[in-house]
Design a protein around this ligand. Sequence first.
Ligand code: DSN
Length: 418
Amino acid sequence: MLDKVGNDNNNYNKDNIKTIKESSPTIGGLIEKEYLRQSNNIELIASENYSSEAILAACGSCLSWKYAEGYPTDRYSGSESRYYGGTEFVDQIEEYCCNKWREVFSTDYHVNVQPHSGSQANFAAYRAFLNPGDTILAMTLDNGGHLTHGSSVNFSGTLYNMVFYNVDDNGYINMDDVRRKAEELKPNLILAGASAYSRILDFKTFAEIAKSVGAVFMVDMAHIAGLVAAGEHPSPFGLADVITTTTHKTLRGPRGGMIFARKELAKKIDSAVFPYSQGGPLMHIIAGKAICAEEACQPDFRKYIHQVVMNCKACSDEFMKLGYKVVTGGTDNHVFLLDLSDHAFTGRDLQERLDTVGITLNKNTIPGDKRSPRQTSGVRIGSAPMTTRGFDEDDFRRVAARIDEVIKELDAEFAEKK
Ligand code: DSN
């Protein structure tokens, strides 16, 4: 694993990249450059993380050679069981993976570990419960939602009748607005979850509203799944009918998705993944997901996530001390949004300037943003990757101070241009 200053303690890099370079100097060379970029830069993208060498090795293992369409033979018989021979070992890997994830979240929910991504997981979850044209109540992208939560340029916005709830003037989800919209618009499904929301999601009230209007209650916990696993965010298990997640953000696993659902909904979910929306599962990634679940069960993972939250608070507090606006005035989780609407430059300008000084983050719209998603009036800052590399609160305060210096340079340059 990389340490604070990018030293590779396990020398993961050496053999792996050497092998690739021997076969393809072009690709090997570019992977090496990317590895050095990831090692040397301060990485603040809230949806990224550094997984363990064991997870990376599983993802690059011989399991990548195996086809296993269907589900482990013991789970179903007939058309849903595997379509291929030779699946005795991958069957065990997938079953073990499912059981381990139930252990992580202390749940008896059904789990499907085959979705290739969070978007695929959301596609299948909608498909399991809805017909095209049905109504989904969710949060818009510019309020902190995700593309698959109804953006007009995404399948969700074209296949379904999307209606939206908003955040209030302070940037918090307005539960009165959720209730009003639910009662008025009678959605078939209510979705809670976000890509850029820094506060606790009130799953209990969401569930109560969904129940009162007869809607399916779905949670997309992709960003906060690690916090849920470690007890740093309230759990949606027992409240939501269906829960989707990715495994590579705060869970620190391989790139991929998963779906959890109440046990009686298992068949609907499984059919929506295979054969409806995917073919062969990526067994190498499923092995990586299983190791990720093992890691998430360790006491060290709880400590890690606690530090992620403390670091995020320290960083957002420091920005506020330096006079900046942070959406909602702080954070409860691994992410916050810096509001740059008072500055002449855009979120994109800051992202690009930070790239030149070795700090990686992404531009992000803020609630009510007057600029386009390609420009934005904010940037999103996440603490998960650098906490993996050992950063503590002081390190994150220093990060805020360094970004402040860069912002002051941009302010001065834009003032001159006037
Ligand atoms: N695009 C991801 C993010 O950065 O939050 C979510 O899928």
